[in-house]
Each structure stands twice: as structure tokens, then as C-alpha cells.
Design a protein around this ligand. Structure first.
Ligand code: CUK
Ligand code: CUA
Ligand code: CA
Length: 645
């Protein structure tokens, strides 16, 4: 342990020696082929497993990461849950998980996917069953105003079934889910930060969604064996209505998405400009691209009727393919060349640059926003001249965060490191100033980091305090729990010149991206409002069993520690809708409603109403009970449901 600590100390005190030890010989290793990538990943993985190699404890004693019992965190974090289909809410710097917001998949804790209200948001088929039961969230981003989060909404993607979920941040619940037509592998998502033309609209009105997997369009069984006809779509979703406003047809694919601070551009890195349908084909070209969408021009094209549609969708589709966009005067997109299979595109908080990480290239490419706009305006002849730096960082660069002081922090998946580098110095270096040292610091993380984000990173208020890293492998960092390891989330203090690893915690796989913002930017409501529920049972006297033939409505009011009514008499075969309103007005006084053998359980928060529908197909006595501890007489809080044979 002491040896490990000394290693950590060395890292922060003697940077040169660490640089020497960890700086990859980029000139020699250069670009990685697919085989090299796989090989390097495996060998690094095994090295990480060697006993005694790592496990340096977090420096907790006296460090500012500690949030004492009873104290509150100073930042919120919104984390994608991964293939659990939800969003996690964390407090930072403690890293304590405060909540999980179910979005695309059922959550039996609160009854998401069980109550009628949540099923309506999730979408059901004609037979009443849920449209989808699995999901895969990767990226979550908040709505903006004046370049900072405004606490209204967050959006999250479902890569598996190409859905966008919107979360109302006042109640921290998902209120809308939109399915993107003709899209498979919906991956990157980013809201715009203001309107591209109307300066009065200084807040988010659009959400951009990148389609990662190209398919035949429409994907209905035709063109299966014609990969040259496979295309993908970049979609724009209206932030308020959540309807898809338009889509842009592109060659190759989209991966991640970023937006400019002036609202004019949305960008997506493309790793498969080859249009390959086979693994090797996607890595055959030396360079791929970052595609920039000119939002004002695309929306003008839609207004002018310059679009087509695909069968099964009324959404206007503009032509964003290479061949159709060679003339800058009319182009809807600009395509900047970046090295082999990039991953991640991030907009710097000064509003000037987009940074694409190399993944298969050890580089980051810095693209200047103004130069891309100049190309559209006919002032820059070669779009690739928008690249102002392409610098070597290390092996497997994936995602980049910012501290608001001109530094970028990029994860190096293969090197298991975070590299801190100075963007201006990188630009000078690229411009021929070999003396410009752009790498400021490196730190080992454990292990193979994917996403990274800093407090307030992609806002005008980037504050350079904390950096969180989502490590995809935890290997030996935690007690063994069998074959499926947790992932490792690490927290780095970036307030000083040197990065300092201060905390880590295991997390159930597998989150990807996240945002961290000041707690003042969010003001969650702690009670619901009965007026928001048209079906609310407003008073105890309104409760009861109301029959209309075989259709029965059961209206239940809950006031701790009792339900009203306490007896529900039904006949076998009744079609029942059971509505529960929690009339308690006290914060934190939630009730649950579980019906044995009917596969029903859900939570009703103070002043909330929730309902379920079922057929009373099992005769007998069913003690419906409160499943959420609410009162000393919580166990007695029951209603007897009688189903007559
Ligand atoms: S992707 Cu997961 S590490 Cu889906 Cu954002 Cu890069
Ligand atoms: Cu109500 Cu427990
Ligand atoms: Ca490629």
C-alpha cells in the first residue's frame, strides 16, 4: 500500500519521470490497425490484472471530496444508466447515487412500466403490452439557456431501439419518449444551445440525434445485399413537442454529437465513412470525418420544400450526402477529414473549437468553428483548413472534457490514462512551434476509460473543479463478485495544475456519458400538484368502487396510515382500473400499492395520482398493501380486495 501511495505521490510531484514512463512512443506506434487495437486491449487488460500492480487508495483524509454525514453535495450529476435503460442522479463530489430515473425500461421500484401513466409515456402496442422492454442509454444532456444549463429538461438516447427520452428535471421523471423513424443505432445526442437565427431565442429548442448504423432505407427487406445503398440519418427533434422536425440523409454514419454555442452548427464524428458493412471495411480508410450540419440552411431547405420522405414517415428528409453538398454556397453540411475511426466530438466552452478524439489514431483533431462557418460563406477554399491542430495524445483517445481555463482532458482507452492538454499550445505546436508543450499532465486511471466529464464542462460556466471518469474495467479494484465486474467511476480533482485522483466507486454496468453541474441550477419540486392529475381522487369521500357493467373503476385515496376504501369488492372477469391518489401533503411520505398475485406494485408520491388496469381473473381475497414504509402503522396499511368467483 505504501509503495502504491508513493507511486501516486511521484505522479503528482515528479511529472517528468511519469511522462517518461507513461508517454507512449507515438511516432513508432502511430496509427493502430484493428488487430493492433484488439491485441493492445487484451494485453493491457491482462497487465492490469497482475496482482499488486495497482489499487492505490483514494486520498480521502482531509481532502475536499469528503461530504460529511448530514452535509449536501455541491453538484448534481446526471449519468446514463446504460443497458438498464435509465438515468442515474448522483451527488458530487461524494459520488453518492441519489436516484434512478426510469426511462426506457420498467422500474419495479416506482412502478415505471406498470402504471397506466408511465406506460403511456413508454408506448404500448395494440394489445396493450409495452412497445419495448429493453433499452440502452449512452448520452444524457440538459437543456440550455445562455450557454448554461437551465434545469428544465434532460434528454437521453436509447441506442437499442432508437428512442429519445425527455426528463422533466423539476420532478425528475420522464415525460415523453419519441421513436426516431428509419434510424438504427441512435447514438450521440445533444441539444442546441440557442437559435441559429433568432437572437431572442437564447435557449434550447432542438435536440440533435446521430444515427450510427446505416441500413437500407426504408429498412423493409429491400436492398439487403446492396451495402452501397445503406444510409443513415441525422435527426432534429423539437425540444418542446418532442416531434421529429427533420432528418438529414448522410453517407457513412454518425457517432457522437456536439453543438456550437451560437446555435449555428451541430457536429457528429463519423467512423465509417467507408460505408462498410463488414468490420474490416469500417477501418479500411486512413481518415474518416467530422460532419457539420448548417442548421439554418437545413431549416430553410425544409421550409422551401427541398426534401423527400421515406415510406412510413412524414418527416422531411434533406439531402446531406457528400455528392449533393460540394458547393459551399448551397451546402447543408460541411465534412472535415479527421484521422481513422474517430470517437467523440466535444465543443470547447469558449465556443471556438470542436475536438474529435482519434480512437484508432493517437491524436485529437481541433476544428475551428469560425473556419467552418467561413467555408459555408465562401471565405475558406478548403474545408480541411478548418483543422487548426492535430496533435498526438496517447493511445485510444475517446472523449474530451474542459476546465474553462483553456485545457482539455481526454481519455486514453488503451493507455488507461487521462491526458490534460492545452488547446492553444496544441494549435501553436501544430502551426510549427515545436517548443509549444501542449501536454500538461497525465494520470493513470483504473482501467480503460470511456467517457469523461468535468464540472460544468460543456457550458460557458466550465469551472474546472472536478473531473469524473467512467472506467470500463475495474479488474482488481473491488472485492470479487463473480464474473461480471462492476465498472469503476473515478473522481479527479482538477483545480490545480496536477490532476489528483481523489475518489472511486463501483457502479453496476454500464453507464457511458454524464454531465455534472452546480446544484443551484436545479430546483426540484418536492411535492406533486393534484391539479396536474385529471383523474385525481381529490377527497377521501370521493373514493370508492364504481361499476359500469363489467368495467369497474376503483378510486382509492391514501392518507397515512390508511387507504380509503379498505374493501374492494369485484367479480371475476371485471375489467378494473384502479386509481390511487396520495392525499398526504408531507414531503417524503410516499405510499406503495401492491396487489398479490396480480403482478402489480407502484409508488404514489405525496399529491400524486397513479393508476393501473387489470382484469380480475383470479378469485379470492387479496390483501393490497402499502409497499413503501410510511408510518408506524405501515404494516396495517392495507385494503382487502375480494374477487368473487
Ligand atoms: S460511447 Cu460509451 S465510451 Cu456510446 Cu458515448 Cu464513448
Ligand atoms: Cu403507506 Cu406504507
Ligand atoms: Ca473508418
Amino acid at each position: 500500500m505504501c509503495a502504491d501511495l508513493s507511486k501516486d505521490t511521484k505522479q503528482s510531484v515528479e511529472p517528468e519521470s511519469v511522462e517518461q514512463a507513461s508517454q507512449p512512443d507515438l511516432g513508432r506506434r502511430g496509427f493502430l490497425g484493428a488487430a493492433a487495437l484488439a491485441g493492445a486491449g487484451v494485453s493491457l487488460g491482462l497487465a492490469g490484472c497482475a496482482p499488486g500492480k495497482t489499487s492505490a487508495p483514494a486520498e480521502t483524509a482531509g481532502s475536499s471530496v469528503e461530504v460529511k454525514p448530514g452535509e449536501l453535495d455541491t453538484y448534481y450529476g446526471l449519468w446514463s444508466g446504460g443497458h438498464t435503460g435509465d438515468v442515474r442522479v448522483l451527488g458530487l463530489p461524494s459520488g453518492r447515487e441519489l436516484h434512478r430515473i426510469p426511462v426506457f425500461t420498467r422500474d419495479v421500484l416506482v412502478g415505471w412500466g406498470i402504471t397506466n401513466e408511465s406506460r403511456q409515456v413508454m408506448g404500448t402496442k395494440a394489445d396493450g403490452s409495452l412497445q419495448y422492454s429493453v433499452g440502452d442509454t449512452h448520452h444524457v444532456h440538459g437543456s440550455y439557456k445562455d450557454g448554461n444549463y437551465d434545469g428544465r429538461y434532460a434528454w437521453v438516447n436509447d441506442k437499442l431501439n432508437s428512442r429519445v427520452g425527455r426528463i422533466r428535471l423539476d420532478y425528475m421523471v420522464c415525460d415523453k419518449i419519441t421513436k426516431l423513424p428509419n434510424v438504427q443505432g441512435f447514438h450521440g445526442i445533444f441539444p442546441d444551445k440557442r437559435d441559429p437565427v433568432d437572437p431572442a431565442i437564447n435557449y434550447t429548442t432542438r435536440v440533435f440525434c446521430g444515427g450510427e448504423f446505416a441500413t437500407p432505407l426504408p429498412n423493409d427487406g429491400r436492398d439487403l445485399e446492396s451495402p452501397e445503398k445503406y444510409r443513415s440519418l441525422f435527426s432534429c427533434v423539437d425540444a418542446e413537442t418532442m416531434e421529429v422536425r427533420w432528418q438529414a440523409l448522410i453517407d457513412g454514419n454518425c457517432d457522437l454529437v456536439a453543438t456550437s454555442y451560437d446555435g449555428k452548427l451541430a457536429a457528429s464524428n463519423q467512423y465509417n465513412t467507408e460505408g462498410g458493412t463488414r468490420y474490416e471495411d469500417m477501418m479500411s480508410a486512413e481518415r474518416d470525418a467530422c460532419i457539420f450540419f448548417n442548421i439554418a440552411r437545413i431549416e430553410q431547405a425544409v421550409r422551401d420544400g427541398r426534401y423527400s420522405t421515406f415510406a412510413g414517415s412524414k418527416v422531411p428528409v434533406v439531402d446531406g450526402t457528400r455528392a449533393a453538398n460540394t458547393d459551399p454556397a448551397t451546402a447543408l453540411v460541411a465534412i472535415v477529414s479527421v484521422p481513422k475511426n474517430p470517437h467523440g466530438v466535444n465543443a470547447s466552452p469558449d465556443g471556438k473549437y470542436f475536438i474529435c478524439a482519434g480512437k484508432l489514431s493517437p491524436t485529437a483533431t481541433v476544428i475551428e468553428l469560425q473556419k467552418v462557418l467561413d467555408w459555408f460563406d465562401g471565405k475558406l477554399a478548403d474545408i480541411d483548413a478548418a483543422i487548426v491542430a492535430e496533435v498526438e495524445l496517447g493511445l485510444g483517445p475517446l472523449h474530451t472534457a474542459f476546465d474553462g481555463r483553456g485545457n482539455a482532458y481526454t481519455t486514453l482507452f488503451l493507455d488507461s490514462q487521462v491526458v490534460k492538454w492545452n488547446v492553444d499550445a496544441a494549435i501553436r505546436h501544430h502551426g510549427g512551434d515545436n517548443a509549444a508543450q501542449y501536454v500538461v499532465d497525465r494520470i493513470d486511471v483504473h482501467y480503460q476509460p470511456g467517457h469523461i466529464n468535468a464540472s460544468q464542462s460543456e457550458t460557458v460556466a466550465a469551472d474546472g473543479k472536478w473531473l469524473a471518469v467512467g472506467c470500463k474495467f475495474s479488474k482488481d479494484r473491488f472485492l470479487p463478485i463473480g464474473p461480471l465486474h462492476p465498472e469503476n467511476e473515478q473522481l479527479i480533482d482538477i483545480s490545480g495544475d496536477k490532476m489528483k485522483l481523489v475518489h472511486e466507486h463501483p457502479v453496476r454496468p454500464e453507464p457511458h456519458d454524464f454531465i455534472i453541474f452546480k446544484r443551484e441550477l436545479l430546483a426540484p419540486k418536492m411535492l406533486y400538484n393534484l391539479d396536474d392529475f385529471p383523474n385525481a381522487v381529490r377527497e377521501q369521500k370521493d373514493a370508492g368502487v364504481f361499476r359500469n357493467g363489467k368495467e369497474v373503476t376503483v378510486k382509492i385515496a391514501s392518507v397515512a396510515p390508511a387507504f380509503e376504501p379498505r374493501e374492494i369488492r369485484l367479480k371475476r372477469g371485471d375489467k378494473v382500473t384502479l386509481v390511487v391518489t396520495n392525499l398526504d401533503k408531507i414531503e417524503d411520505l410516499a405510499h406503495g400499492f401492491g396487489i398479490p398475485d396480480y403482478d402489480i406494485n407502484f409508488v404514489v408520491n405525496p399529491q400524486q395520482t397513479a393508476s393501473v388496469s387489470f382484469v380480475a381473473d383470479k378469485p379470492g381475497v387479496f390483501w393490497c398493501y402499502c409497499t413503501h414504509f410510511c408510518h408506524a402503522l405501515h404494516l396495517e396499511m392495507r385494503a382487502r380486495m375480494i374477487v368473487e368467483a
